[in-house]
Design a protein around this ligand. Structure first.
Ligand code: NAD
Length: 362
């Protein structure tokens, strides 16, 4: 977005953009040139000349092959999900920074693109569900009688889940939510939602970084049973549960969907990692016995202005770490954020989890 380009130019960098890069969010090429960028129509030339390529997603192999030797690439590179897709860039000696690996520490909050996208997706998931549901969300007392409020169940109360709860509450729904992390219960309650209680027998559910751990099958099953009961009377279910680098946990079995009333809606935000619902078909919208199941692969992209604005600011803040005043690159591999988000440097995979994922997929 032009604001970020302006900051980079002011710092001493030369910024080139592809023509039409901001067209879908109403930003014209002239808005970029006005803040000091140049427009380069020849994509191959652009890739071959850039010291740093700021992408949104992982560039295709055909782009990676055109990168300047040793170039830096930033973006959502999915290094744990599809490490093999990064091989062409790694073999060109590229240095790769994955926005999803930026550590969740206080200093890196302004660079947390995962949270930005989850915020947008959580909001939009409720709007999708409300649009599809053949009922209204709020409690209404009208001359023609009382309209009961919609019942919404949110599974996983991280960034997306909490945004979904807040959005559903604003529309007047009655909301329940479930998460395995202890801290989530307070956050759910503070938004006016009820916690679905599940006795997991006191097992460890969080890792040191505050993320959910992969649960045992027994613990998952206890969760599924409580969720199935709540599904049976819910109008809308939003699922967001994820465990970094793993397939999303299965939380709603087919039988639980069978028990939902016709017209109910599920939005499975874990679809890119396999989904939380057994009948989910990632990337498709299906109907199962009258229940609509949305499984969007990139819901944030359907709110492109704010998704772009937030992502652009996250990337610009990250680039401030990599580029010194005067526009010179400065990769301090001892910096916790730079080290944590670096997938590969000088042609070597430097992140042990990515190296493991690559070996496992080889
Ligand atoms: P995520 O997208 O990885 O997962 C979404 C939610 O699903 C999480 O809350 C997780 O606990 C939950 N979950 C996973 N498995 C589950 C299961 N089997 N049953 C029920 N719930 C399950 O998570 P996220 O939204 O990216 O955030 C996760 C954590 O990171 C939270 O503690 C959040 O507060 C924290 N966070 C910290 C910062 C920061 O300090 N800068 C920024 C963002 C998020």
């Amino acid at each position: 977005m032009p604001d970020a380009v302006k900051a980079l130019v002011a710092q001493g960098s030369e910024v080139a953009i592809e023509p039409g890069v901001g067209a879908h969010v109403g930003v014209k090429d002239s808005d970029y040139t006005a803040v000091g960028a140049t427009v380069v129509a020849d994509r191959a030339a652009l890739l071959a000349s850039a010291d740093l390529v700021a992408a949104v997603n992982c560039p295709p192999a055909s782009d990676q092959e055109k990168l300047k030797k040793g170039a830096i690439v930033t973006g959502f590179l999915r290094p744990l999900d599809e490490p093999g897709a990064l091989k062409p860039a790694i073999s060109r000696g590229a240095t790769l920074f994955a926005m999803e690996l930026v550590p969740r520490i206080t200093r890196a909050q302004s660079m947390d693109a995962l949270s930005s996208m989850a915020t947008v997706a959580g909001y939009k998931a409720i709007l999708m569900a409300a649009d599809q549901l053949p009922r209204m969300f709020p409690l209404l007392m009208t001359a023609a009688g009382t309209v009961p409020p919609a019942k919404v169940l949110v599974l996983g109360a991280g960034v997306a889940g909490l945004m979904a709860i807040a959005t559903a509450r604003r529309l007047g729904a009655v909301v329940e939510a479930y998460d395995v992390r202890a801290a989530a219960a307070e956050q759910i309650k503070s938004l006016g939602a009820k916690v679905v209680e599940v006795d997991l027998g006191g097992i460890e559910t969080e890792d040191k970084g505050g993320y959910a751990k992969e649960l045992t099958e027994e613990a998952l099953e206890r969760g599924r049973q409580a969720i199935a009961k709540a599904c049976a009377y819910s109008d809308v279910v939003i699922t967001t549960a994820q465990v970094p680098g793993r397939r999303a946990p299965l939380m709603i079995r087919k039988e639980a969907v069978d028990s939902m009333h016709a017209g109910a809606v599920i939005v499975d935000l874990a679809a890119p990692n396999g989904g939380n619902c057994e009948v989910t078909q990632p990337g498709k919208t299906i109907e199962h016995k009258g229940v609509t199941i949305f499984a969007p692969m990139n819901l944030a992209a359907t709110v492109p202005v704010h998704a772009s604005q937030l992502f652009s600011r996250n990337v610009a803040n990250f680039l401030k770490l990599l580029i010194k005043k005067g526009g010179e690159l400065n990769l301090d591999m001892n910096d916790e954020i730079i080290k944590g988000s670096c997938v590969a440097h000088d042609g070597e995979v430097v992140n042990p989890r990515v190296a493991q994922a690559l070996a496992a997929k080889a």
